[in-house]
Design a protein around this ligand. Sequence first.
Ligand code: DC
Length: 220
Amino acid sequence: MRKVIAIDGPSGAGKSTVAKRLAAEFGFRYLDTGALYRAIALGLVNNGIREDASDETIRRALNDMKVEFTRGRVTLDGLDVEDSIRLPEIGHCSSVFSARGPVREHLMPVQKLAAENNDIVVEGRDMTTVVFPDAWIKVYLDASVEARAKRRFDQLREKGIEADMEGASRDVTERDERDSSRDIAPLRRADDALYIDSSNLSALEVIAMVKKACDKEAVR
Ligand code: DC
């Protein structure tokens, strides 16, 4: 039977680094669901869809939109958009549009399909609670606002994107507030998820903790 390692948590908690490395070590597929939401947001923005558009308008725009995630990169209608989706404006729009029903409905089958015939490491906001509630391993990866802002700042700088600490801190705080308080599939910690606070841990230490949970589960 396929195995799903599901990791949820707020932005900047270190989910991507941990999920990617775990997938590589275990030989599992890797799915960054945030990239799917970002690509959809980019598509909607490119189509001139406003943040306050009706569900019907959004649904119609999504009808012709195809998002895929393969080998660590996301495509929108066949075009690689991995770089443009990382811009802070798209981060903001993805958080806004991801609260909308038609967007979540559109991406549900894409996520399920990725795990259909594959062992997989998935990361996002509702992996452990909504999309893969029966996942083999569930993790909630958290960190302080300061640690997350610092990571976000470093990531943007690394990609050559202009950033300052104050802006990074405002961005993670606003996004988490929105992602946690929305009506549909809000970010929350599943009761049976392993809780890890990564504020003072290295990626390797977090990975070791998740691997320990996998070992424990494997012998059950
Ligand atoms: O993980 P990320 O920062 O790339 O995600 C961008 C946005 O997408 C995030 O602010 C909320 C949304 N998202 C979501 O609603 N559900 C997911 N499973 C993943 C991301």
